[in-house]
Design a protein. Structure first.
Length: 103
């Protein structure tokens, strides 16, 4: 249904809003902000869509990475959300395949 806003779309908008806010407000280090954003976007102690709030925050963290232009990580890789952010925090950054559409 076109034009019907859902909670999932609201989270997607929040992710892109926070990425744009990071680009304009540089007083806070990007690495620290990347680690704190999933807690800001998904507040509280109880998950709304899945069984666990930590799973929701992990998904938001990966979407943040993709929105920042960082490469896709497989589920087997374990590292902080901000891992590799120095490579993406440049004026000229070229994508590395595979290019993922963030939904």
């Amino acid at each position: 249904m076109r034009g019907v806003e859902t909670r999932i779309q609201e989270i997607r908008h929040k992710i892109f809003t926070e990425v744009a806010r990071m680009a304009y407000h540089t007083e806070w280090p990007v690495k620290d902000r990347m680690e704190a954003l999933p807690y800001k976007i998904i507040p509280g102690e109880k998950g709304n869509f899945r069984n666990d709030v930590f799973l929701e925050r992990a998904i938001v963290g990966e979407r943040l990475r993709l929105a920042m232009g960082l490469p896709y990580r497989s589920a087997a890789e374990h590292s902080p959300i901000s891992d590799g952010i120095d490579a993406a925090d440049k004026d000229e950054t070229y994508y590395t395949p595979p290019l993922i559409n963030v939904i």
